[in-house]
Design a protein around this ligand. Structure first.
Ligand SMILES: Nc1nc2c(ncn2[C@@H]2O[C@H](COP(=O)(O)OP(=O)(O)OP(=O)(O)O)[C@@H](O)[C@H]2O)c(=O)[nH]1
Length: 350
């Protein structure tokens, strides 16, 4: 089915209750899982009418610990997320999991989520959802961030964002997290790959998974060295200077064996410590502020783009402008001015 088809189906399948944003929000806050799933579908499909729901929900968000998990394919992210969910449930915490696949339009993400979902049927304290690009990669990080807001507002204590691979798109996706764990496996050369993609720079916690395999110690040593270099570079360039210098966070390196659960408790301790650090140093507030700024800019861009399209259509559409350029009646620059002028006039009138 095409994206458009899905969006239409989603809109048509909307009940009266869902068409009323307040009712949707009430259902979500009351813990209705079906509404939760539908709202995330509507975000993914860019369905009409989801914005008022998000606007209301954003006022209820901000309590969840949002954790991003990224790393090279096959490093064991899914297995580890599964272990983390178990460990959080043992601690009586509820968990929302978003499995995000920027690389493929459909398949990977769904498989990813299913693996966790399989043995958790009936546990209302866990919600697992896959999201994929659906042909609009640019919007996926935005959609992921919105889905985080929804899970946060729905009251999950922990929200885990797992990405399938590790590259620039994944980096953008996990920026929605307050704490980012980067997985590497022993001596695979992954760290070089990840370094290229800028993934290691965003690590708040390093995880050397598959610590049962040979070479784990060497990988830990390599990460330690890299961390030292990064710290030196940070202080000499002044990045961590001033007030933040003493408070600078040094990403811990945790070894895990995701298949047995070994090290998962240490990982949770490291993630908790990072959150405490964020809260103690005001870094969380800073991140939240820049996230609000990014949201405002993204919404503005979307609205202005829509406004421009409407204005363009009112003036005969792009084809008409192209025809006039072709006929020598105008040029692309004057054509743009003619489209924008009415908007500027409106602003001047105010
Ligand atoms: N020996 C060992 N194998 C592990 C460990 N963790 C995961 N594996 C295995 O590594 C393989 C990949 O694990 P996944 O959890 O699918 O890795 P992933 O990073 O989610 O992979 P993608 O879904 O491709 O991104 C599986 O066969 C796991 O059983 C571990 O700690 N030790």
């Amino acid at each position: 089915m095409s994206d458009r088809g899905m969006a239409d189906e989603e809109a048509e399948g909307m009940t009266d209750e869902e068409a009323d944003p307040s009712a949707v929000v009430d259902a979500l806050l009351a813990g209705d899982e079906r509404t939760l799933a539908r709202v995330i579908s509507r975000i993914e499909n860019r369905a009409e009418g989801v914005r008022p729901v998000l606007a209301r929900l954003s006022r209820h968000a901000g309590e969840a610990a949002v954790i991003g998990i990224t790393g090279a394919p096959g490093a064991g992210k899914s297995t580890l997320v599964d272990g983390l969910v178990d460990a959080y449930r043992d601690r009586d915490l509820t968990v929302g999991v978003l499995a995000i696949d920027p690389s493929s339009p459909y398949s990977g993400g769904a498989v990813l989520g299913d693996r966790i979902r399989m043995h958790r049927d009936g546990d209302a304290g866990v919600f697992v959802r896959s999201m994929s690009a659906r042909g609009r990669l640019g919007g996926l990080s935005r959609a992921a961030a919105e889905a985080v807001t929804v899970l946060d507002a729905a009251g999950f204590d922990v929200v885990l964002i797992e990405t399938v691979g590790a590259g620039q798109n994944e980096v953008d996706v996990v920026r929605a997290a307050d704490t980012v764990a980067v997985l590497v496996q022993p001596e695979s050369g992954d760290d070089v790959q990840l370094l290229k993609a800028g993934v290691l720079e965003i690590a708040d916690v390093f995880v050397v998974n598959k610590a049962d395999l040979e070479g784990a110690g060497r990988t830990v040593a390599r990460l330690e060295e890299m961390r030292r270099v990064r710290k030196r570079a940070g202080s000499s360039s002044g990045i961590d200077s001033g007030d933040r210098h003493d408070d600078a966070w040094t990403p811990p390196i945790v070894e895990t064996v995701a298949t047995t659960g070994t090290g998962v408790a240490d990982l949770i301790d490291a993630l908790d410590s990072h959150r405490e650090h964020l809260l103690a140093t005001d870094d969380l507030a800073t991140t939240t502020r820049s996230r609000h700024a990014a949201t405002i800019r993204a919404l503005l861009r979307a609205d202005l783009e829509a406004l421009l399209e409407t204005t363009l259509e009112r003036q005969g559409g792009i084809d008409d402008l192209v025809r006039r350029v072709e006929a020598g009646e105008t040029d692309p620059y004057a054509a743009v001015e003619s489209v924008v002028a009415p908007i500027e006039d409106c602003l001047d009138d105010r």
